[in-house]
Write a protein that binds this ligand. Sequence first.
Ligand code: 2AM
Ligand code: CA
Length: 269
Amino acid sequence: MDKLQRTNLYKQAEEWVLEAGQRIREKIDDPRTIQTKSNANDLVTEMDQQTEQFFAEKIRKQYPDHFVFGEEGFGDDITSLDGTIWIIDPIDGTMNFVHQKRNFAISVGVYVDGVGEIGLIYNVMEDTIYTAVRGEGAYKNHHRLAQLPKEKQLNQSIFALNTTWMLPENPYISHKGVHDFVKTIRSTRTYGSAALEFAFVAEGIIDGYLTMTLMPWDIAAGVVILKEVGGVVTTADGQDIDMLHQTTVLACHPELHNEVIENFVDLKQ
Ligand code: 2AM
Ligand code: CA
């Protein structure tokens, strides 16, 4: 994909993301149909489904050779990253959408043969859009985001961290490691939308995000955006991210990455 194709695709993707967001805002106070998926706290609403359908229909009509990889199942059955794939979370932070009617995002990443080319994260109720095209920097509301600062110390850092990773019985990460980590860093935040947590690392208002169970659609856009400002994204133990399956994630300032993995991340499996 050349630069012009990337730019045109980005413009189209942004138009659809903004339109989808507008539709959600218009219906934000409508009665909701709330169902659960993998567990009682894994929520989905008719709005998640309608929004993913909106994208799937637009993409299939305009780009019949592209694939759709989405959370709610209206996309294709994706088993490889070959070709052009739109990796879509129609509402990232569904629990926030349901309980708070804010603090959720539309997340769209476009990958070509496994390379993240375009990322868009739209904080719908705040009407704030984070965007990036590979190699051309990252933007918030079309203003270029600064590169992450050259130096950063862990004891002056804020990390996004879901508080459930602090529970001793969590099946993913050793309690001692997380405990020591939380005591070492300056503070933690939990926003409840992985996409927004990535966007905030890219914006430099938090310094990292450590989490254990994300899906490709939660992170596809965020990876593209964060890399453009010099951030590093791997699994929690420093491996390359697998954009087809559930994964752990450490997304952070490059100065902190090794230190976090070596001193604090002790995975249970
Ligand atoms: P979602 O709202 O799209 O489900 C909350 O900490 C973050 O984790 C949100 O981005 C949420 O995405 C994601 N998340 C919640 N439950 C998840 C699950 N079972 N698998 C993968 N991601 C999940
Ligand atoms: Ca979702």
